[in-house]
Design a protein around this ligand. Structure first.
Ligand SMILES: C[S@@+](CC[C@H](N)C(=O)[O-])C[C@H]1O[C@@H](n2cnc3c(N)ncnc32)[C@H](O)[C@@H]1O
Length: 276
């Protein structure tokens, strides 16, 4: 399906890839894709401060790709990545990076106001509505008064959706059964305001999947791999065997291209008041 793909553009804020797609871990792919669409790695107005040197926390850092990119771009700043699973690197870590194993829903092992900038991305499938409030409270707690907190999500709606949405709908049903409300992707600005942040800015980026540009083909490939990884859960839920599951997944992915589908990724950032 993706034999014709070659991804080989590289610059600081552009799609990177001088490797074959198969050599990039699925965890890194989402980062690469979002960096391309955002023309950067973040939205909060912190470029100068990052250049000068500040303390940054990323919650749910996954493979640590955002942290490692940021650490390279801003060598005077220090970066801490937190994840509940140890999927982040444990060797060859840049000197200005630290990775910590913790569950934000319980509490973070940091002092109040320890970080100038706190960043969290793509957690909508991890939190119930109650979690969202507890987590936002905890992220605000570790943000310094005057510092910034940024939340970045992906909406769970396909614009101009494919005709065959069987695997997509099965994934949404599975998510709902675990108490997750994916509409929270659009609540992140309200969450920041509800937890006392000021100067809140909300917006979203939109991007095609599978058509129009090379990165969109790469994104379709990433979604294809994601659905293959979800087969142990979704195939039994759909009552289908491997071959039929793959066929349904291919119909969904091909349909994204045929219908020229696109997605939205909302983001919001706000400042912790000095008198918080
Ligand atoms: C979809 S990945 C996002 C990775 C990364 N933020 C990105 O933008 O590519 C979600 C990550 O959050 C982590 N995670 C989920 N629940 C968590 C929790 N309660 N505390 C800390 N990390 C959590 C998962 O282990 C996973 O690595």
């Amino acid at each position: 399906m993706f034999d014709h793909c070659k991804f080989n553009v590289r610059s600081r804020y552009m799609l990177l890839i001088d490797e074959e797609p198969e050599q990039i871990s699925r965890r890194d792919m989402q980062h690469i894709i979002m960096r391309h669409h955002l023309h950067g790695n973040f939205n909060a107005p912190l470029e100068e401060e990052l250049e000068e040197g500040i303390k940054v926390l990323e919650l749910g850092c996954g493979s640590g790709r955002w942290i490692r990119d940021m650490a390279e771009d801003y060598p005077r700043s220090s970066f801490t990545g937190v994840d509940v699973t140890e999927v982040y690197p444990t060797s060859d870590i840049p000197v200005n990076c630290t990775f910590v194993n913790a569950d934000v829903r319980k509490s973070l092992p940091f002092e109040d106001g320890e970080f100038d900038y706190v960043f969290q991305r793509f957690m909508v499938l991890s939190y119930t509505p109650e979690d969202w409030h507890a987590v936002t409270r905890e992220l605000v707690r570790v943000t310094k008064p005057g510092g910034w907190l940024e939340l970045f999500e992906q909406a769970a709606t396909v614009e101009r959706p494919p005709v065959s949405m069987t695997v997509w709908n099965a994934a949404l049903a599975e998510t709902k059964s675990r108490g997750i409300d994916v509409s929270y992707a659009w609540q992140i600005g309200n969450l920041l305001k509800a937890h006392g942040m000021s100067d809140v800015i909300e917006d979203y980026v939109s991007f095609p999947i599978g058509w129009g540009e090379t990165i969109a083909e790469f994104h379709a490939y990433k979604i294809f791999l994601l659905y293959l990884a979800m087969e142990p859960t979704l195939a039994p839920a759909l009552g289908v065997k491997h071959d039929e599951y793959v066929r349904l997944t291919e119909m969904f992915i091909d349909g994204l291209t045929e219908n020229r589908s696109w997605f939205k990724a909302p983001y919001a950032y706000g400042r912790k008041p000095l008198n918080y």
